[in-house]
Design a protein around this ligand. Structure first.
Ligand code: F0G
Length: 458
C-alpha cells in the first residue's frame, strides 16, 4: 500500500495469522477465529518487522514515521483523518480507498484535577475513548475489522455484546453497506447503547441469557451461515484497538507513562493496548514499557481470580453480576492474551465494589469529564493500587476511559437520586457527590432559597 498524502514512501508489511497457543499460521481463519488445531485464539503478526532489512524496506523508521503521522493530521484525506488509519503502517495492508471510516480514534487526553488531588497522584491523565463516533473505544477496532469483512465480501456481520460492540458494529456495517446481526442479553444492556444499534439499523435479538450465553450461540450461528464474526476474538479488532496506545504515546511526546489502567471485560482492549506497547518498543519508538493493570468489578472478576487462584494458568469463570453492564462478563475470551500482557509489562489486577464504581464515576463526572460505569473502575482501581503501594505518588498514570457518560444515563440518574444502593454505608459514601435534580415553583425566590442549600466544593 502506498501512502497517498506525502512524498515519503511507506508500505504496510504483510501480516499473518498466528495461533497464540500452538503457533500454527493458518492462511485463512475459521469462522470463530479460533485455531483449527488447538482451538486457541489467533493474533496478527508482521514477520517483516523481525528483521532489520524488513523494517528498512517497509520504511518503519521510528523518527520518520513519527513525523509522517503528525503530518497526516493536517491532511483532508479520510484515511489520514482517522485516528486509526493514520497509523496504517502498523496495520494489515489494505488500499486506503477501501476502508470504512467514521473518523474514529483521536481520543482526547484529559487531566482530572480533582480526582488527581483526591487520589494523591499529580500526574493523572485520562485517555477518553468514549469520544469516538459511537461513544466507545469499540470504534477503533471496528473500523479495521469491518473493513476486512467487506474486503472478504461478507454481506452480514454479527456480534454478541453488552452494548457498545453492537452499537459500533451496527454503525460501521451500515456505513459500509453490510447487514448486521446483534445478540444481546435481555434486560442487561443500557438504553443508550441498545437505541444506537436500532438507530444504525441492526437486526437485534435479545436472548434470555447473559453475554457469555450470547457469544456461545453466536459461535454456532457463524459456523452455519456465511456471517463474519466481529467480537474481539477477531484479531483485526485488536489491531485497530492497538492504535489508541500509539495515540497516547504521540500525545505524551513519546514519553512512556509509568502506568496504564484499563477496565477488564472480555479482555480484548487490555490485550490490544499491551500488544501496541510491545510492538512500539520492538520497533524502537519507546525504550520502556508502561505497567498495564486491569481492573474488574467484584461481581465479574474472572481475570482477578484466574491470576490469584490459578496463577494465570487456567481460566476461572464466574457468574457475572454488576451494574457496570459493559463488563458483566463471566468467561472472558481473551484471558490468555491479557495474562501475557500483565506478565510482559509487570502490571497487576484489582477488583472494585459496586459502591466504589459509583463513587469513582461521580468523581470523574465532577471533573467535567464523565464516563460510563465500566470506565470508572479504572479510578476506583487506581485508589486501591495506591493504597497497595503498587502505584507511587510521583508516577504518571493514564486511565483508559472506554465509554461516554451518555451511554448509561439511567445509572447516573439513579446514582444522584440515591437509588443505586440500599445500605446506609454505601449511600453515605455517595452522599457528598450527589446532585439530584430539585423541583421548584417557577419563581425567583424559590430558586434563591434553594441555592442556599447548594454545597459547593472548591
Ligand atoms: N468498557 C466498556 C465501556 C465496554 O463496553 C467494554 C466491553 C469494556 C470496558 C471491556 O473491554 O471487553 O475489551 O475487556 N464491552 C463489550 C461489548 C464486551 O460488547 O460492548 P474488553
Amino acid at each position: 500500500m502506498t501512502n497517498t498524502t506525502t512524498a515519503t514512501a511507506v508500505t504496510s508489511v504483510a501480516s499473518e495469522f498466528r495461533c497464540i497457543g500452538c503457533g500454527a499460521s493458518p492462511k485463512s481463519p475459521t469462522p470463530t477465529f479460533r485455531c483449527a488445531d488447538c482451538d486457541d485464539l489467533l493474533e496478527i503478526i508482521y514477520p517483516g518487522w523481525k528483521t532489520e532489512a524488513g523494517i528498512r524496506a517497509a520504511g518503519l523508521n521510528a523518527a520518520s514515521l513519527k513525523a509522517l503521522w503528525r503530518q497526516r493530521r493536517k491532511s483532508l484525506i479520510a484515511a489520514d483523518r482517522s485516528g486509526v488509519w493514520r497509523f496504517r503502517e502498523l496495520l494489515p495492508p489494505i488500499d486506503p480507498g477501501r476502508i470504512i471510516t467514521l473518523r474514529e480514534g483521536n481520543p482526547p487526553l484529559y487531566t482530572l484535577p480533582r480526582c488527581s488531588k483526591n487520589v494523591g497522584i499529580p500526574n493523572l491523565l485520562a485517555l477518553h475513548q468514549g469520544m469516538n463516533p459511537t461513544g466507545s473505544f469499540k470504534d477503533t477496532g471496528m473500523t479495521v475489522a469491518a473493513t476486512f469483512a467487506r474486503h472478504a465480501e461478507f454481506q452480514w456481520v454479527a456480534c454478541a455484546s453488552t452494548g457498545n460492540t453492537s452499537a459500533s458494529m451496527a454503525a460501521f456495517a451500515s456505513h459500509g453497506g453490510m447487514c448486521s446481526l446483534v445478540l444481546i442479553p435481555e434486560g442487561k444492556v443500557a438504553w443508550g447503547k441498545l437505541s444506537q444499534a436500532l438507530d444504525y439499523a441492526a437486526f437485534t435479538f435479545q436472548l434470555r441469557t447473559d453475554f457469555d450465553g450470547c457469544l456461545r450461540v453466536l459461535h454456532e450461528v457463524v459456523k452455519r451461515m456465511p456471517i463474519y464474526l466481529l467480537n474481539s476474538v477477531n484479531p483485526y479488532r485488536v489491531e485497530g484497538q492497538k492504535t489508541a496506545a500509539v495515540e497516547l504515546l504521540e500525545q505524551l511526546d513519546w514519553q512512556t507513562p509509568d502506568h496504564v489502567i484499563v477496565p477488564g471485560g472480555n479482555l480484548g482492549n487490555s490485550s490490544a493496548l499491551g500488544k501496541a506497547f510491545l510492538e512500539m518498543k520492538d520497533l524502537g519508538f519507546i525504550s520502556n514499557l508502561p505497567r498495564i493493570s486491569i481492573i474488574q468489578a467484584e461481581g465479574a472478576n474472572a481475570l482477578v481470580r484466574t491470576v490469584h487462584e490459578a496463577g494465570g494458568k487456567k481460566l476461572i469463570s464466574v457468574h457475572a453480576e454488576t451494574a457496570a453492564t459493559a463488563i458483566r462478563i463471566g468467561s472472558p475470551a481473551s484471558w490468555k492474551k491479557a495474562v501475557r500482557i500483565l506478565e510482559a509489562t509487570g502490571g497487576t489486577v484489582e477488583e472494585v465494589s459496586e459502591a466504589e464504581i459509583a463513587v469513582a464515576k461521580a468523581e470523574i463526572g465532577a471533573d467535567g469529564i464523565g464516563c460510563e460505569p465500566a470506565s470508572a473502575v479504572t479510578l476506583a482501581g487506581l485508589k486501591k493500587l495506591v493504597w497497595r503501594g503498587f502505584v507511587k505518588p510521583r508516577e504518571t498514570v493514564v486511565l483508559i476511559l472506554t465509554g461516554h457518560a451518555l451511554k448509561d444515563p439511567e445509572f447516573t440518574m439513579r446514582l444522584h437520586r440515591g437509588e443505586l444502593f440500599t445500605t446506609e454505608s454505601e449511600n453515605a459514601l455517595l452522599a457528598r457527590l450527589q446532585h439530584a435534580p430539585v423541583v421548584l415553583d417557577a419563581n425567583v425566590d424559590a430558586v434563591l432559597e434553594a441555592m442556599k442549600h447548594c454545597h459547593t466544593t472548591p
